[in-house]
Design a protein around this ligand. Structure first.
Ligand code: ATP
Ligand code: MG
Length: 474
């Protein structure tokens, strides 16, 4: 089973439409396809072939897009490297993936010392040679490989096939809708599924992408309010900064603006209320690298009555929990689910019994709305009771003196395990005051047995809390 080459097909069908804009520059689909073909010829000259596995390390710039699209014409497997990783972490990934080339943006050349490195400037200066652009793409072709954030252990290299990306884009369109004038603001990294999926939607829908190298709250707010973009992808922190900017300028979102897609974790209810006042519809989503991101989505209409929910699955997908009606591991099935990992985790069967076992715990309420509770690996069993660190963190982060908080389990002779908390303060307070606050709101077995004030919490390159490092602190 095949698809027509998305780049050629899009250029053929709507070549005159805007494909990409960056700062003052703009490219149509036919222009971008011409550049991509030229890049494919240059990459061929350097020795890249069909099925080559290559890696790319870059910031979100047009050159990054040209290299990716060139590779897609050639039929490569593209390992997307996170530029925020340390050199050691990058080395782990390129060795695990056994790539033949590493294409690196010139500004990042210090990060990577490896004989396989080819700088973007060397690609640009190469002389394009004749090659045979692929007419058809096999659906099970691996388009991209992305490493998970490494929150629970070693990052895992996830294969994302053409079918995974296609079904993800189509399911999202069935949910949000598409129109010819749509432009998606991309200020999330292109190496992450949140950004890469915007490029795939662009090719599949014929939609324009407004690309930013870095997130800028004021510029995002400006574009949302002046109607130059219709969609944007955000996480909680970036949404909050956009809202502040819109509020300070006393602006309102343009009527043309349709929605922000918010992922990575639950969005606090306070942000949802502020977004409503700014005229910004927020769609909360749940997903992971293994599902090409967005798998469930909470509609704007349900946001207030289903606070804390990640919504319902998109049309093509199914979600269930291990134990119907109670908290259990979240299982996912659908054409967006990866066929598997590469490298160290290649042998792991990701679809036992046809379902992806996510490692996340959650439940479906009586109406079928999904609530994500916490990571399975972080569950604390204390005196036979299940304690989810996220619940305790949520309570503590509601205290005005607390800036951020992390909770994990500590061994206990009496209870097996007990919860302990680490907090970063933004105002002065005492440990006793914080524990009293917990006792007001939590059952006694959930109240941290120890609470330590620290300077900062351990986080990974995606800014996610590393509870396994907290456990090492204990
Ligand atoms: P690793 O698999 O290496 O431990 P990771 O799971 O953090 O890293 P990602 O694929 O980037 O890597 O993140 C997906 C995870 O993020 C989900 O499995 C889930 O735990 C969390 N997540 C995503 N969206 C939400 C949400 N709306 N609510 C709660 N958690 C979410
Ligand atoms: Mg994961």
């Amino acid at each position: 089973m095949t698809y027509p080459n998305w780049l050629s097909q899009r250029s053929y069908l709507s070549g005159d439409r805007m494909a990409l804009s960056f700062q003052q520059q703009q490219w149509t689909f036919s222009e971008i396809n011409t550049i991509a073909l030229d890049y494919a010829g240059k990459l061929s000259a350097l020795g890249v072939k069909e099925n080559s596995r290559i890696a790319v390390l870059a910031k979100s710039t047009p050159e990054f897009v040209f290299v990716l699209y060139g590779c897609m014409h050639l039929g490569c497997e593209m390992v997307m490297l996170n530029e925020r990783l340390s050199s050691n972490e990058l080395t782990y990934q390129i060795n695990d993936a056994e790539v033949t080339f590493i294409f690196v943006a010139d500004v990042l050349k210090e990060k990577m010392n490896d004989s396989r490195v080819v700088l973007f400037s060397e690609v640009e200066n190469a002389k394009s040679i004749q090659f045979e652009p692929q007419q058809q793409w096999a659906k099970d072709r691996t388009l991209s490989i992305m490493y998970t954030s490494g929150t629970t252990g070693h990052p895992k290299g996830v294969r994302q096939t053409a079918e995974n990306h296609f079904s993800s884009a189509v399911s999202s369109a069935l949910n949000i809708g598409i129109a010819p004038e749509d432009v998606w603001l991309c200020a999330v990294p292109l190496f992450h599924i949140s950004g890469f999926s915007i490029l795939m939607r662009s090719l599949i829908y014929g939609m324009g992408v407004r690309l930013y190298e870095k997130f800028d709250a004021d510029q995002s707010a400006e574009e949302i309010c002046n109607g130059s973009v219709t969609h944007m992808s955000v996480v909680g922190v970036t949404l909050e900064r956009i809202l502040t900017s819109v509020e300070q300028a006393s602006m309102q979102a343009s009527d043309r603006f349709k929605a922000v897609l918010a992922g990575g974790g639950p969005i606090p209810i306070a942000y949802m209320k502020r977004a409503k006042n700014c005229g910004i519809p927020v769609l909360q989503t749940y997903g992971m690298t293994e599902t090409s991101s967005q798998t469930t989505t909470l509609q704007v209409a349900d946001a207030e009555r289903k606070i804390g929910s990640a919504g319902k699955p998109l049309f093509l997908y199914e979600v269930k929990t291990e134990k119907p009606g109670e908290v259990g591991e979240i299982l996912i099935r659908g054409p967006q689910v990866t066929p598997g990992y590469i490298g160290k985790f290649a042998e792991r069967d990701v679809q036992q019994d046809g379902w992806l076992h996510t490692g996340d715990m959650g439940y479906l309420d009586a109406e079928g709305f999904l609530f994500v509770v916490d990571r399975r690996s972080d569950l604390i069993v204390s005196g036979g009771e299940n304690v989810y660190p996220a619940e305790i963190e949520k309570v503590l982060s509601g205290h005005p003196a607390i800036q951020e908080v992390g909770v994990c389990g500590a061994p206990s002779e009496q209870w097996g395990e007990v919860p302990v908390a680490f907090v970063v303060l933004q105002q002065e307070t005492t440990v006793e005051e914080l524990l009293a606050y917990c006792r007001e709101q939590l059952a006694s077995y959930k109240v941290p047995k120890q609470l330590t004030i620290v300077e900062s919490l351990p986080r990974n390159a995606s800014n996610k809390l590393l509870r396994r490092e907290l456990r090492a602190w204990v």
